[in-house]
Ligand binder design. Structure first.
Ligand code: ZN
Length: 239
């Protein structure tokens, strides 16, 4: 990965879509790169806003914008001051950051996505259809709650479509060898795992939503657990 390439990884990083080795490299880069740090913060903020914008259906222009944004994120790294030899490029505007966040939402999938998938437009279109479907459902609604130690979990769900969008933001940093695990809790209080995350993430859950009474988030050993460890970092009623 070249120094120029690393600036393009903000989107996949926010999605928790980087393989472990690239994530470690990018976090080292992030600590010293104001541009990427700002980009990551704006993407996370925008993702939360988009996920809570359920009152109005997404504009018809969303899909072309998503595809444009994906081209954009892969090919145009943010301009770095004093980066010799780099062409003078405008940084993302507020609008394009929002569009990019839509793309970020669009490519999130159950269990996370690999970077290779992120590069696949067909997968992005498919995932975009999913999120559009959730947000456009007449019964779509939002619940949110705090995460122990800091941060917030937001769930936009449509029981009729059996789909949900989960946005985790500003979570506390995990210790080495630990992972976040996401759960859906049924009326008999049985928790069903719906995925793992190494940090702040936006996920589309397709299935495992209808009839569930709560969302749970726990801190587990790498690889996850069969049942949630107590106490949970967050338990958010969905009914
Ligand atoms: Zn950077």
């Amino acid at each position: 990965m070249t120094e120029s390439d690393v600036h393009t990884l903000t989107g996949p990083y926010v999605l928790d879509a980087l393989p472990e080795d690239e994530r470690t490299l990018f976090e080292a880069h992030l600590a010293g790169c104001t541009f990427c740090a700002t980009e990551v913060a704006e993407l996370r903020e925008a993702a939360v806003k988009l996920a809570t914008q359920v009152a109005t259906p997404p504009p018809p222009s969303l899909k072309p914008n998503v595809l444009a944004a994906i081209d954009h994120v892969r090919q145009v790294p943010p301009l770095v001051a004093g980066h010799r030899g780099a062409p003078a490029r405008k940084r993302f505007t507020r609008r394009s950051v929002l569009t990019l966040a839509a793309a970020a939402l669009a490519v999130a999938g159950v269990g996370g996505v690999a970077v290779d998938q992120y590069r696949e437009k067909t997968d992005a279109v498919q995932a975009n259809d999913q999120i559009t479907a959730v947000l456009a459902q007449p019964d779509a609604r939002t619940v949110r709650g705090p995460v122990a130690g800091g941060g917030q979990a937001t769930i936009v769900m449509s029981p009729s479509a059996d789909e949900a969008v989960v946005v985790l933001n500003d979570l506390p940093r995990l210790r080495a060898g630990r992972t976040w695990q996401l759960w859906m809790i049924d009326p008999s209080k049985t928790a069903h795992s719906v995925g793992l995350a190494s940090g702040d993430v936006t996920r589309v859950l397709d299935g495992s939503v209808t009839g569930m009474i709560a969302f749970g988030l726990t801190n587990e050993p790498d690889g996850g657990s069969a049942t949630p460890s107590q106490p949970a970092a967050a338990t958010i009623p969905m009914t």
